[in-house]
Each structure stands twice: as C-alpha cells, then as structure tokens.
Design a protein around this ligand. Structure first.
Ligand code: ATP
Length: 224
C-alpha cells in the first residue's frame, strides 16, 4: 500500500497566458492519483526562456484564481509575479522547501515540451536536491520516443533518475523523474490567444469563468 499522500505538494509553474483545460486536467489527475495535499499554480513573472507574456502578471494571476475554484486543493501562489527581475523556478522551489520543511515532498510538474528544455533552465541541477519532477505527456511532444534526442547533459542526468511508478517516488524525497500517464489534451494558450484575437470562439478549451474574465478585461483582443 503506497504511503503517497498528504506530504506531497505539487508545484505547477507556467505563464498561464491564459490558464486552460490542458493545465487543469493534468492537475486534477495528479491531485487524485498522487493524493497531493495541494497543487500550487505559480504564474511566472518575467520568464527568461520565452517571449514576454501578453497579459499582465496581475491578469494572469486573476485568470488562475478564476479557474481553480473547482478544486479546494488547487492554490494560487503569486510569489513569482511580485519578485523583481527574472523568475527562476529553482528559487521558488528552494523557498517552498524552506517554508514547508523537510517532511514535505515537493513535486515540480511540467509538460513534456518544457522538460525537453530543462537543461536550459538556471541552476537546473539544483532542482534534483529539492524536488521530484513530474512530466505530463503533451500531444506533439512524444518524450518516450525522443529520449535519445534529449540534450546530452539532460539525457545523462535523467538516465539515472527515472521513476517507473508512483510508488517509486516514495523511495526518495527528491531527485526522481516520473512521466505521468495523464490524458492528452491538445490545447495551448497560443491557440486560445489566436482564436480570441480573431474573434473566434475559444469556448470549451478553458473554463467559462476564465473566458468571462478575459472578456471583462478585454484581454487578447488587441484592445488592451
Ligand atoms: P503557450 O502556448 O503560450 O506557450 P502553454 O499552453 O504551453 O502556453 P504554459 O503556461 O506556457 O502554457 O505552460 C505551463 C506548463 O504547462 C508547461 O510545463 C507546459 O509544458 C504545460 N502544458 C501546457 N499545456 C499543456 C497540455 N495541453 N498538455 C500538457 N502540458 C501542458
């Protein structure tokens, strides 16, 4: 019987520009299957590895807040948007580790596309002494078929860290990488922004509450 549960905390960073059902479905499944105590949604402030977000940090956090009402274990954590300068996930995980103490196991969640670029992240090696990494499969980014084409440093580092089941995550407090068999949803924030900017419907790709928020605040329509 697995002891996975209340001591596990999920950390889900992203631009969330906007948050959508791809993010929410992964979170719903991981909270349930891993019995996470909570899933923390952490909107990035100024990401280093991609173009600046379209919506302001204030609105991206507002959209996350609107989206997460459906699950009491979903929590908005705004620390990165108020941190001056570039957001580094490793700083966030380190802070959470200090705040939550050694009894909690932190699980950093990311899509397969994000994992493939992990070795470009600031101080990425340090993550393995702070948390496990949970990878959600993403359509168009078949990680298992492309393990051989990962950057060499990431391939070597990950080769000794794969967890083959959720129960494996119990064997260590940090340092393992697990590919979670979550349902694939081919949804991206880019597609949603494009639909809205061309006055097309984005309904059923993200919660109605987020769509209402976008409409009320004139986001992505070119009027903002
Ligand atoms: P954009 O289209 O603007 O690049 P996005 O849809 O990828 O945005 P982000 O907020 O950048 O959304 O993603 C945050 C995290 O969620 C990343 O780790 C990303 O890989 C993951 N993710 C986003 N959408 C999905 C999805 N449909 N399936 C699996 N993972 C996803």
């Amino acid at each position: 019987m697995t002891k996975l549960g209340p001591r596990l905390v999920g950390i889900f960073g992203g631009t969330f520009d906007p948050i959508h059902y791809g993010h929410l479905r992964i979170s719903e499944e991981l909270v349930e299957t891993m019995n996470l105590r909570e899933m923390r949604f952490i909107p990035a402030g100024a990401p280093r590895l991609r173009a600046p977000p379209i919506a302001s940090p204030y609105h991206r956090a507002g959209m996350v807040q609107a989206a997460i009402q459906s699950n009491v274990r979903f929590i908005l954590d705004e620390r990165e948007i108020y941190r001056p300068g570039t957001s580094y996930s490793v700083d966030t995980v380190r802070e959470l580790r200090q705040e939550m103490g050694e009894d909690v196991t932190l699980c950093l969640v990311m899509g397969a596309d994000a994992f493939m670029r992990l070795s470009e992240w600031h101080a990425w090696h340090d993550l393995f002494s702070l948390c496990h990494i949970i990878i959600a499969a993403r359509p168009g980014h078949d990680l298992t078929a492309r393990l051989d084409s990962l950057p060499q440093a990431l391939r070597e580092e990950s080769s000794r860290r794969w967890a083959h089941s959720l129960a494996d995550l119990e064997s260590a407090q940090c340092g393992l990488i697990y590919i979670a068999p979550t349902i694939l949803l081919d949804i991206s924030a880019t597609v949603i922004r494009t639909l809205i900017s061309t006055q097309s419907s984005a309904r059923h790709l993200l919660p109605e509450a987020v769509l209402d928020y976008i409409e009320t605040n004139h986001l992505y329509s070119g009027e903002e």
